[in-house]
Design a protein around this ligand. Structure first.
Ligand code: IPM
Ligand code: MN
Length: 369
């Protein structure tokens, strides 16, 4: 299999975690005899510094010509004083828009090995396995008009959705739920917002095509509470853009750390893969960053852009093995578990690589007999 992967490592810890994810992809290519090429490109603060633009044309063009885009993180305090359209984050929003993927998949899983490391009690997190489907191209992020009028002291953004934008992301959620525990929880604020009433009506209509899937509606405020109270009650959670941004960060507490969460954005011209965490400038360069979010993101890339399900599952199981063996980066080393062993970003990457090599070896020898 040939795959051309655009690498947008970005800012802060982005390059460190992306490097570990790329190493894992290289290992998969080597074991499986695949031809993966990696094209490093500038995005975010590093791109502003080098070219003046957070999304240089060269980056965009190369991404559109690739089979998949793997992103690290963007954001740099250096640009905090700039308006949103000039900041590193605008490069990320522009690339999301240009690639056209509207369904952002964000799994949040309670790993048994991490149950003592989540701030939630083990009996609360046990069995939780949630897939957020976050609409990524609409809502407040992209709606117009938007402005900060400094002379009048007013500012506004627009939460806008069309019926077809809601329907297409709802279909993705129902399709995925059909292959899981067959439940969709749709999140809105339909007691206050017209845009949420459109959302709820459209999702209800789409649900008719999926009689085997149960649909429930939750208001976003009570959803924030239920998520921490009984997380195992949720299967697929469908949200608009901003609600999904907020709830997926909240859901990282179920796993134990934001550093653990991967994401895949599908439905457009080229799929985009990015860990959920940000650039974490406070720990950049210290070796403390958790590369598992980026590594699990690489697994999603193999699953959704290369159809290499066995390899994706092998990476996910290598991550479970490394966690079960007690290895922890600083963010997941909470609690008094005596058996945990603190490791750096690169050490964690190597441990996953070793576990992956072992499981692929076993698979190949099984296939040989
Ligand atoms: C995320 C991030 C981005 C978002 C920022 C960096 C623009 O928080 O991917 O969740 O808000 O979508
Ligand atoms: Mn976010």
């Amino acid at each position: 299999m040939r795959l051309k992967i655009a690498i947008l490592a970005g800012d802060g810890i982005g390059p460190e975690v992306t490097n570990e994810a790329v190493n894992i992809l290289k290992a998969v290519a080597e074991f499986g005899g695949h031809d993966f090429t990696f094209v490093p490109l500038l995005l975010g603060g590093v791109a502003i510094t080098a070219t003046g633009s957070p999304l240089p044309t060269a980056t965009l063009d190369a991404c559109l010509e690739s089979d998949a885009v793997l992103l690290g993180a963007v954001g740099d305090k250096k640009f905090d004083a700039l308006t949103p359209d000039k900041r590193p984050e605008s490069g990320l929003l522009q690339i999301r828009h240009a690639l056209g993927g509207f369904a952002n998949l964000r799994p949040s899983i309670a790993y048994p090995a991490l149950s003592a490391n989540s701030p939630l009690r083990p009996e609360v997190t046990e069995g939780a396995d949630i897939l957020f489907v976050r609409e990524l191209l609409g809502g407040l992020y992209f709606g117009s008009p938007r402005e900060w009028n400094k002379s009048t002291g007013e500012a506004w953004n627009t939460m806008r959705y069309t019926k077809s934008e809601v329907a297409r992301v709802a279909r993705v959620a129902f399709e995925l739920a059909s292959k899981r525990r067959r439940k969709v929880t749709s999140v809105d604020k339909a007691n206050v917002l017209e845009v949420s009433q459109l959302w709820r009506a459209t999702v209800t209509e789409v649900a008719k095509d999926y009689p085997a899937v149960t649909l429930e509606h939750q208001l976003v405020d009570s959803m924030a509470m239920h998520l921490m109270n009984i997380p195992r009650n949720f299967d697929v959670v469908l949200t608009e853009n901003l609600f999904g941004d907020i709830l997926s960060d909240e859901a990282s507490i179920i796993t134990g750390s934001l550093g653990m969460l991967p994401s895949a954005t599908i439905g457009g011209t080229v799929n985009l893969y990015e860990p959920v965490h940000g650039s974490a400038p406070d720990i950049a360069g210290t070796g403390k960053a958790n590369p598992l979010g980026a590594i699990l993101t690489a697994a999603m890339l193999l699953r959704h852009s290369a159809n290499l399900e066995e390899d994706a599952a092998a990476i996910e199981s290598a991550v479970r093995t490394v966690l079960a063996d007690g290895h922890r980066t600083a963010d997941i080393a909470r609690g008094n578990t005596a058996s945990q062993h603190l490791v750096s970003t690169t050490e964690m990457g190597k441990l996953v690589h070793q576990a992956l090599a072992q499981s692929i070896d076993q698979r190949q020898s099984m296939h040989a007999v």
